[in-house]
Design a binder for this molecule. Structure first.
Ligand SMILES: *Cc1c(COP(=O)(O)O)cnc(C)c1O
Length: 429
């Protein structure tokens, strides 16, 4: 009965019955996995609640602070919540940190000094960091300040190249950056456990090296986070996982007090540090977003797994594959043809709550080398914890799909993408 109504509703959205039935069949096998995802969300929910209670989150925290922001209780309490929740000594969680790239640049630039060397033992970092580091020449890069960079790629099978990493660590190596999520690459995403193994290896060779983990898209996918396995800093964006879809801006850094202090003095000013930076009227969304985040991440994960199972069955290359464990919320689907990538994005856009009537087109996005196509009809502009898909227009024409504030929406988006691909003759069901 209800099933018939659901089917009819989908039909009104232009989803054919065979598309709906295909999705339904795929879902039947996914129930045990979805149960596990709900368990992880439950555990993370309880961790959040514990940190809220311990730090006495209260109505006063939601007061709007303006101006310098001295003694901004909402801001200071939230930073204590983050530090407790993720087992750091301190945290910087601010609307003045404009995005993930900014948070990462801040952590790097404040903890490195001229003459130091930065090492990435996990291959090329996320596209926007190329300009931060100076891999691509750029105004204000670390390279301009005399900070050198070294990189060791992952081995063919995705494992760490320990031998070459050992050789790459030298007297100048000051900071090691580890990117948890694959980003716009087809390498595997790292589990927190494997990040821990890499950190132990590196610190064994050079104990005083600072290890930073780019934690974007990884938060709350597992029940432990990078600081639990020896990282000195973990860094991310609030318009991804931890903002829970509510934070309208922001980034965070959690970790060792010394590292966080350095970042604070760089974000504001030497002498001022964490003492200034009014939380304005947005801090309540940071709290409420964090409260929702475990459930939102679970919805996004279900969407990613559903998409992997659908498109793998239809013969496309999917990373991770249909059955692999998950360490971030990103699903990569390689269509090997530009029309596949573009069609997929059109479907995600058509299913969006905002701007569902527009058609996404490839464009030259600042900070990226190739043209990028993006589908996002988000409540928060550019938010990728909301249902979104994007990908650079280069072979193998991979769509990076992520987000979904609710599972229902993730499911609707994926079925709409499948409908578009069917209409373009890219799939036969
Ligand atoms: C999104 C992302 C970034 C950059 O964050 P922005 O908010 O887009 O600036 C950096 N690293 C990884 C792995 C990311 O996913």
């Amino acid at each position: 009965m209800l099933e018939d109504i659901v089917k009819k509703q989908y039909k009104e959205f232009g989803i054919d019955e065979d598309v709906y039935e295909f999705g339904k069949k795929v879902l039947e096998d996914l129930k045990p996995r979805f149960d596990d995802i709900d368990k992880v969300a439950e555990i993370n929910h309880l961790r959040v609640m514990k940190a809220f209670a311990k730090n006495r989150v209260r109505t006063e925290c939601f007061n709007t602070a303006t101006g310098y922001g001295y003694d901004d209780v909402g801001r200071d309490t939230l930073e204590d919540v983050y530090a407790d929740l993720f087992h750091g000594e301190a945290a910087l969680v601010r609307p003045q940190i404009t995005c993930g790239t900014h948070a990462l640049a801040l952590a790097l630039m404040s903890n490195l000094r001229p003459g130091d060397e930065l090492l990435s033992p996990v291959g090329k970092p996320y596209d926007t960091l190329e300009e931060v580091i100076g891999i691509r020449e750029s105004k204000g890069s670390l390279a301009e300040y005399g900070i050198s960079y070294r990189q060791v790629d992952l081995l063919e099978d995705g494992s760490f190249d320990y031998e070459t990493i050992k050789k790459a660590i030298n007297e100048k190596t000051r900071l090691v950056t580890i990117q948890r999520s694959k980003g716009y690459a087809t390498r595997p995403t790292l589990s927190v456990e494997s990040i821990g193994e890499l950190i132990s290896f590196v610190k064994n060779i050079k104990p005083d090296v600072i290890v930073m983990v780019d934690n974007c898209y990884g938060e709350f996918v597992e029940t432990i986070e990078p600081l639990d396995v020896g990282a000195d800093m973990m860094v991310g964006s609030l318009i991804k996982n931890l903002g829970g879809g509510l934070a309208p801006i922001g980034g965070y850094i959690v970790g060792k007090k010394e590292c966080i202090d350095n970042a604070a003095y760089r974000l504001t000013s030497p002498g001022l540090g964490k003492e200034v930076g009014a939380s304005l009227g947005v801090i309540n969304t940071f709290y409420q977003g964090l409260f929702f985040a475990p459930t939102v991440v679970a919805s996004a994960l279900k969407g990613a797994i559903f998409a992997a199972n659908i498109y793998e069955r239809l013969g496309f290359d999917v990373h991770p594959n249909a059955t692999e464990p998950r360490y971030d919320i990103i699903q990569a689907i390689s269509f090997h043809k530009p029309e596949g990538l573009i069609g997929f994005c059109e479907g995600i856009q058509a299913a969006a709550p905002v701007d569902s009537y527009v058609t996404p087109e490839p464009w030259d996005m600042p900070g990226y080398d190739d043209q990028v196509i993006m589908a996002a009809g988000a409540f928060i502009q550019g938010s990728s914890i909301e249902l979104s898909a994007d990908g650079p227009l280069r072979a193998p024409y991979t769509a990076f799909f992520q987000g979904g504030l609710t599972w229902n929406h993730a499911k609707q988006g994926i079925l709409t993408s499948l409908q578009k691909l069917k209409e373009k003759g890219m799939v036969t069901l």
